[in-house]
Design a protein around this ligand. Structure first.
Ligand code: MN
Length: 257
């Protein structure tokens, strides 16, 4: 079997330990030909942002390792359309330092790296760990990610899907899940600077989840690996029959199709 070409990216930046652990495991366990193309600094929360108002620059930092002045989405584009000799068989994004569960997938640069690959027609997996994962934990997460990646390479993914994989420390097993929903999150964390002026942190306060046994957060809470198939098509298919009954054609009179 020829060595599969695998692109690895992340949103924690090119020096993140999770990135190196992932690249190592994919090389070792899959015999993959791994190219790493990652942001030059942390891009957590960058979501699916694309740099379109300034030029994109990169630096080769080691053999098959590139650092990009941009987002995970930029990295995937630069890799596929410029840096790689061939289209990769798979793109793996991570290992993110911190889970990507529920609606957090919409803020995640890690998930966006995988989503961009999917949009470009390449199978992809996003991988996240506990925020405080140790070096040994990251190696264990990477080994599980490599097993999932091998499965994806062997079988291919269903059309339009990518996998969002979250791995707790010392998992008891693995579960296929769906994206959960946040019930509640404290809005803001307020602090004061040395001059007494208030400032704020958003998105970092603890959250509570809507109870849901089949959700990604429930798997993590019970110390199971969570594998959620995601979609690049954001259409809410369940809403179409409801909206169809609204009779929207009344709002803009014209000939119907
Ligand atoms: Mn991150």
């Amino acid at each position: 079997m020829t060595r599969p070409a695998v692109l690895v990216t992340n949103d924690d930046g090119v020096r993140a330990p999770g990135l190196a652990a992932l690249a190592r495991a994919l090389e070792r366990d899959l015999g993959a030909e791994v190219t790493v193309v990652a942001p030059d600094r942390e891009q957590s929360g960058a979501s699916h942002a694309m740099t379109i108002r300034s030029p994109l620059r990169f630096e080769r930092v080691a053999e098959s390792w590139y650092s990009v002045e941009g987002t995970p989405t930029d990295c995937v584009n630069l890799a596929i359309f410029h840096l790689l000799d061939e289209r990769p068989a798979l793109v793996v994004s991570g290992i993110n330092a911190g889970y990507n569960l529920g609606e957090d997938v919409t803020y995640s640069g890690t998930v966006a790296g995988a989503l961009e690959a999917r949009i470009l027609g390449i199978a992809s997996v996003a991988v996240s760990s506990a925020p405080d994962a140790s070096a040994e934990d990251l190696d264990a997460v990477a080994a599980i990610a490599a097993r999932v990646a091998a499965e994806v390479l062997a079988r291919g993914l269903p059309a339009d899907s990518l996998l969002n994989v979250n791995v707790p420390p010392a998992p008891r097993g693995i579960r296929l899940t769906h994206q959960g929903r946040r019930a509640f999150r404290e809005g803001l964390i307020e602090r004061r600077d040395p001059k007494g002026r208030e400032y704020y942190w958003i998105g970092l306060a603890p959250s509570e989840w809507e109870p849901d046994d089949g959700a990604d957060h429930a798997a993590i809470a019970e110390r199971y690996v969570s594998v959620t198939p995601l979609h690049s098509d954001m259409t809410c298919h369940r809403a179409i029959p409801v909206l169809s009954a609204w009779g929207l054609e009344r709002l803009v009179p014209g000939s119907s199709r």
